[in-house]
Write a protein that binds this ligand. Structure first.
Ligand code: NOJ
Length: 567
């Protein structure tokens, strides 16, 4: 069955991290029956598009981004039958389902890789990058000096042979060779298989890195203490990428009318992204970039003090504007604060002392910006970073684990490392979803994944917030209902847009003019600020305080106070 609706208009997306979303069978790990049990909740929240992080069979070195069998659902999450059931139940409720499709690498336990290891002359050997190391005296060194994304060399020696294989992420995730047409056909077949089952589209993982500089010459540039150079130009956004994706589009995406979200990390500029997602000439629907994710200096901030970490509100506005200016009228564009690859937005740009106010302010800003908003599971109840107190607590995330090894080797003590991880590790966003004030926050009867955040006992849970009309959850639900009103949706997507008082260092404010005329004003500071507003407010549609302080066109904005105002 092909997808009849491959447009993102009227979409509010919701990102599910299956390992910690909901445990349906009591083994302490989230699963598909758990997700199914929460579909009514998601429909009632008002979202209508689910992006579910990888569900395929995997040894879980990178929690499912290391796939060992694309055609079998991870037994930890359920069966292929459960997956069909999920699609059916989601569709019954008007929820479209986009699955995470990992294309840049497989697990080292995938049969293709296992065959490739055993038989250097087999066809699967050509699915990966195997190269001879460099001999230096008795030692065999990696083929080049490239550094990957998880703080190591991109090369892993095969046993004690002279051969190495290439991996941009963990060493259990060998990269596949998209220059090989047979490999590409394998992926096209898998995509058709899932479209036949009824998925509505794909979130295409690590998309920007599919093409590599196959000369594999050393990178120039600054070396780290191991002589490695982090130079993404060797493997990001290279010209051949567009050829591979055009073929994917011609053979799969276009004939099957499916939704395609490409994840590029920080790998492409808005102009480059347009080459991918331009409605006329592009190859996919939209590009997920990380540009608005780290505007507080937390990334790589081991040497900074807590007090140096402060939201750069102007940078946030500038980054959004760069993407808006490139994409509006020409491409769909996602807007989001957080996913499983970042710390929780409430801890990044909000403030746990103002949990309620900052969760609502951040969401209001996001929801009415041009584009398709995506909520990360848990943001709707104001979940915040993990309350871990030692580096090992973060180790379910392999990238954090590798980073800690590198930091310890460089002499950092565990106290400094922990302080840094508490603000920067992506494991912060992977604690179990907090459903109720019950053991393990109602995630399941036990917990075999990341430790649950104890703040579920202080109202940071779904059930308590359902009962409170002023909760973050009820605010999200009401705000989404407003966002999806046809006149507002049309105005957000097709009206004119301007940032108000761009240089204001504390306030993110903007207006839209179309079928409706409205403004969003939000203070992103935990203290009071002032904001001049020269329009005539007609109606306050959303607000996170009980009364309005407006004097002679100047708003007094209390900590994280926000408005959506019709003008
Ligand atoms: C991006 C995914 O979002 C991330 O979680 C993963 O580690 C890398 N790609 C590698 O697949």
């Amino acid at each position: 069955m092909d997808n009849v609706n491959n447009s993102f208009d009227d979409c509010v997306g919701y990102i599910i991290y299956p390992e910690t979303f909901k445990d349906g069978n009591g083994d302490g790990v989230g699963d598909i029956p758990g997700i199914i049990s929460k579909l009514d909740y998601l429909r009632d929240l008002g979202v209508n598009l689910l992006w579910i992080c990888p569900l395929f069979k995997s040894p879980m070195d990178d929690n499912g981004y290391d796939v060992s069998d694309y055609l079998t659902i991870n037994p930890l999450y359920g069966t292929n039958e459960d997956f069909k059931n999920l699609l059916e139940e989601a569709h019954k409720r008007g929820l479209r389902v986009v699955i995470d499709f990992v294309l840049n690498h497989t697990s080292d336990e995938h049969p293709w890789f296992q065959k490739a290891l055993q038989d250097p002359s087999c066809k699967e050997r050509g699915y990966y990058f195997f190269r001879r190391g460099k001999k230096e005296g008795d030692r065999i060194l990696p083929p080049n000096n490239w550094k990957g994304f998880f703080a190591t060399s991109v090369w892993k020696q095969v046993g004690d042979s002279e051969d190495f294989y290439f991996h941009l992420f963990s060493e259990k995730m060998p990269d596949v060779n998209w220059a090989n047409p047979e490999l590409r056909e394998e992926y096209f077949k898998i995509a058709h298989h899932y479209l036949d089952l009824g998925v509505d589209g794909f979130r295409l993982d690590a998309l920007a890195h599919l093409a590599k500089d196959q000369s594999f010459e050393d990178a120039q540039g600054q070396c780290d203490e191991h002589g490695l150079v982090f130079d993404t130009s060797k493997y990001s956004n290279r010209p051949e990428l567009y050829d591979y994706l055009r073929e994917f589009k011609n053979k799969v995406f276009a004939p099957r009318h499916c939704l395609t979200l490409g994840e590029v990390g920080g790998g492409v500029s808005p102009e480059e992204a347009l080459k991918l997602s331009d409605r006329e000439r592009g190859v996919i629907n939209m590009v997920f970039n990380f540009d608005t994710a780290w505007c507080n200096g937390a990334f790589g901030s081991i040497d900074r003090k807590d007090e140096d970490i402060k939201t750069d509100v102007i940078a946030l506005k500038r980054n959004f504007l760069r993407w808006y200016e490139a994409c509006h009228d020409r491409a769909d564009m996602p807007v989001y604060w957080c996913n499983h690859d970042h710390p929780r937005v409430l801890s990044q740009y909000g403030d746990t002392r103002y949990r309620d106010e900052s969760a609502k302010a951040l969401f209001t800003i996001l929801l009415f910006l041009y584009g398709t908003p995506f909520i990360y599971n848990g943001d709707e109840i104001g979940m915040s970073n993990a309350d871990y107190d030692k580096p090992e607590d973060f180790f379910r995330d392999v990238s954090t684990k590798n980073e800690v090894a590198a930091l310890r080797a460089n002499g950092y003590d565990d106290e400094t490392i922990t302080r840094y991880l508490r603000r920067a590790s992506r494991a912060n966003a992977r604690t179990p979803m907090q459903w109720e004030n019950a053991p393990f926050a109602g995630f399941g009867p036990c917990n075999n994944v990341n430790k649950v955040n104890e703040n579920y006992k202080q109202g940071v849970n779904v059930l308590d917030q359902m009962k409170d009309p002023w909760s973050i959850l009820n605010f999200f639900q009401y705000a989404i209902m407003k966002r999806r009103e046809p006149a507002i949706n049309d105005t957000v997507l097709h009206g004119s847009f301007s940032i108000l008082d761009f240089n204001h260092p504390d306030v993110f404010a903007y207006s839209h003019d179309g079928k409706e005329h409205f403004a969003v004003i939000a203070n992103l500071r935990p203290y009071q600020v002032y904001f001049g507003f020269y329009n005539h407010p007609q109606d306050v549609v959303l607000h996170n305080y009980g009364d309005v302080l407006l004097n002679d066109h100047v708003f007094t904005l209390r900590p994280f106070e926000c408005f959506l105002i019709k003008i």
